[in-house]
Design a protein around this ligand. Structure first.
Ligand code: 2AM
Ligand code: CA
Length: 264
C-alpha cells in the first residue's frame, strides 16, 4: 500500500470539501435531529459524506468506508483498508457558530491507523499524519509532546461528565477538575484531539464517542508520542462507540493511576 498516494488524494478531497462547506455558509441549512433533540445533522453533513464516498469509490473501489451519516458500508470487521469519516465533527457548533468544527478522516489497515487528517475549515488549518512519518499543521512539522503533570495541565472535557451522569461516577471527575490548572470544552472531539496534539491542551476525555470522532486524532496524537486509550486505559475499539482518554505522556499515567482508578 502506498500511503503517500492515498494521503495526496485525501488531502485534495478534504480541501475541496472545505470549499463546499464554506460556500454553504451563504445558504440556508436544513437541520434535522437524530437520536435525540440535541443530536443534529444537516444537509451539508450528508452531502459532504456522500462527496467523500463518491471520490474514494472512484479511485479505491476495494477500500471500505465507515461514515457517521451511514452512506458508507456496514462494517463487521476492520479487515483491509477502511476509511473512517466524520464529514462535520462538531455539527452543533457548525450550526450555531459557523466555527469550531472540522472534517475528520482516518485511514486504517487491518485496524491499524495509517493516515489521520483533521481539517479546521474556517481557519484553513489541515492537521495530518502518516504513521511513522511525523505529524504536520499544513506544511509545518509538529514537535513531539513533552511530559507534564495534572497541576500544570489544561484538561478538555465536557461539563456533563462533572455532573451526575450515567456513564461515569462524577465523584472521580471532581478532584481532577479541582487539581488541574484549568479546563476547557470545545464541543468537537476532532479539534480537541488536535489541541492535545499541538499542546494547546494537555489531555482530553470523553465518555462516549464514535470511531469516526477519534480515528484521525488517534493517528496524529500517537505520531507525536501522546497516549490514546479509553477511560480504562485500554486500546481503543474502532468498531463501536466508547470512551476516549488522550493525554501527554506522564500525564496519562498520572490521571489513570491517581484519579480514574481510585477506590470508590
Ligand atoms: P459530532 O458533532 O460529529 O456529532 C461533542 O462533545 C462531540 O461529541 C463532537 O465531537 C460530536 O461529534 C460528538 N458527539 C455528539 N453526540 C454524540 C453521540 N450521541 N455519540 C457519539 N458522539 C457524539
Ligand atoms: Ca459529525
Amino acid at each position: 500500500m502506498i500511503w503517500e498516494d492515498i494521503d495526496i488524494h485525501a488531502k485534495e478531497w478534504v480541501k475541496e470539501a472545505g470549499d463546499r462547506i464554506r460556500l454553504s455558509f451563504e445558504k440556508t441549512l436544513n437541520i434535522e435531529t437524530k437520536s435525540n433533540p440535541n443530536d443534529l445533522v444537516t444537509n451539508i453533513d450528508k452531502e459532504i459524506e456522500q462527496f467523500f464516498i463518491h471520490k474514494i469509490r472512484s479511485v479505491y473501489p476495494d477500500h471500505k468506508i465507515m461514515g457517521e451519516e451511514g452512506f458508507g458500508d456496514e462494517l463487521k470487521s476492520l479487515d483491509g483498508v477502511v476509511w473512517l469519516i466524520d464529514p462535520i465533527d462538531g455539527t452543533m457548533n457548525f450550526i450555531h457558530q459557523q466555527r469550531n468544527f472540522a472534517i475528520s478522516i482516518g485511514v486504517y489497515e487491518n485496524g491499524v491507523g495509517q493516515i489521520g487528517l483533521i481539517y479546521d475549515v474556517v481557519h484553513n488549518e489541515l492537521y495530518h499524519a502518516i504513521r511513522g512519518k511525523g505529524a504536520y499543521l499544513n506544511e509545518n512539522p509538529l514537535p513531539l509532546l513533552k511530559e507534564t503533570s495534572v497541576k500544570e495541565s489544561i484538561i478538555a472535557l465536557n461539563a456533563t461528565w462533572v455532573m451526575e451522569n450515567h456513564r461515569i461516577d462524577h465523584n472521580l471527575m471532581i478532584p481532577l477538575v479541582r487539581d488541574a490548572r484549568g479546563t476547557r470544552s470545545y464541543g468537537t472531539a476532532a479539534l480537541e484531539m488536535v489541541f492535545v496534539a499541538t499542546g494547546r491542551v494537555d489531555a482530553y476525555l470523553s465518555m462516549r464517542l464514535s470511531p469516526w470522532d477519534f480515528a484521525a486524532g488517534a493517528v496524529i496524537i500517537e505520531e507525536l508520542g501522546g497516549i490514546v486509550t479509553n477511560l480504562e486505559g485500554e486500546k481503543l475499539n474502532f468498531l463501536s462507540k466508547g470512551s476516549l482518554f488522550t493525554a501527554k505522556p506522564g500525564l496519562h499515567q498520572q490521571i489513570l493511576r491517581d484519579y480514574l482508578k481510585k477506590e470508590q
